[in-house]
Design a binder for this molecule. Structure first.
Ligand SMILES: C[S@@+](CC[C@H](N)C(=O)[O-])C[C@H]1O[C@@H](n2cnc3c(N)ncnc32)[C@H](O)[C@@H]1O
Length: 241
């Protein structure tokens, strides 16, 4: 998997990908991430890449030609060009899984007022990271880079994915680490029992409970067994008591 991030602030992207799991994934050659400075593709004085908006209005817009040149140089038939944008469909784990199967992704980061609309002739997909406005596409691009990279084979263990929120259709069960007791706050006994079946049952119960409390909308789509449905009923009754 190759990901190109086109940005006017390469340091923002560089600083994130040079840490932790993403850094290791790059070193292990699970992913190649190229941070491309849009200014290098300007043919104007002082590497200008933005200008005022035609028709009037506040703020600056990133120009079309530098992006065009980047795409001419880097895009192939196998590339998917993504534009992070509040106008796009909101990113989901399902979409991340889909993107993680691709060979080459090019992410075009807007800034200020965004990018000249003509870029849309070259964009395969607009993706939003939520219904709010960021100052630039860099954080959204990093959300994509991070969520995609951690799904690539060998980046993190398969087991780590299995129970994660959204993967099972439910939110993940609560997790604890040492110390088992601190300031009278204790780890649930069942997790210390070594009884795998009971631990597994407790985790399913708690995943259902978390989902019902925090994201009840997910339960409509989740695959629930008869036992799950009974547990949900029990949780609802406990809540009513
Ligand atoms: C200030 S925003 C531009 C917003 C644009 N004028 C509008 O109203 O739709 C600058 C850039 O940040 C990025 N951005 C802002 N909010 C985003 C979001 N929710 N999801 C993804 N990218 C976003 C996009 O790259 C956008 O071009």
């Amino acid at each position: 998997m190759r990901i190109d991030v086109v940005t006017i602030f390469p340091n923002i992207v560089d600083s994130y990908i040079q840490e932790s799991i993403i850094k290791r994934a790059i070193l292990d050659e699970k992913v190649e991430i190229n941070v491309i400075n849009l200014r290098h593709y300007s043919d104007l004085k002082h590497n200008q890449i933005d200008d005022t908006v035609y028709g009037g209005g506040a703020g600056m817009l990133l120009m079309f030609p530098p992006f065009y040149r980047v795409l001419k140089e880097r895009s192939t038939a196998k590339s998917k060009v993504i534009l992070p944008s509040p106008k796009g469909k909101t990113l989901t784990q399902k979409k991340v899984r889909e993107l993680a199967k691709l060979e080459h992704i090019i992410i075009l980061c807007g800034h200020y007022e965004g990018i000249d609309h003509r870029i849309n002739y070259f964009v395969d997909e607009e993706i939003s990271v939520g219904d709010y406005i960021l100052t630039g596409g860099e954080l959204a691009a990093l959300v994509l880079v991070d969520s995609i990279t951690r799904l690539l084979e060998g980046v993190i263990t398969l087991e780590s994915h299995l129970d994660e929120s959204f993967e099972t259709g439910l939110l993940e069960h609560p997790q604890y680490t040492k110390p088992r007791s601190f300031a009278n706050y204790d780890v649930p006994d069942v997790l210390l029992s070594g009884h795998h079946e009971n631990i597994s049952k407790w985790r399913r119960f708690m995943a259902l409970k978390e989902t019902l409390k925090k994201r009840p909308d997910l339960l409509k789509k989740a695959k629930l067994s008869e036992e799950d449905k009974q547990l949900l009923q029990l949780i609802k009754e406990q809540k009513d008591e």
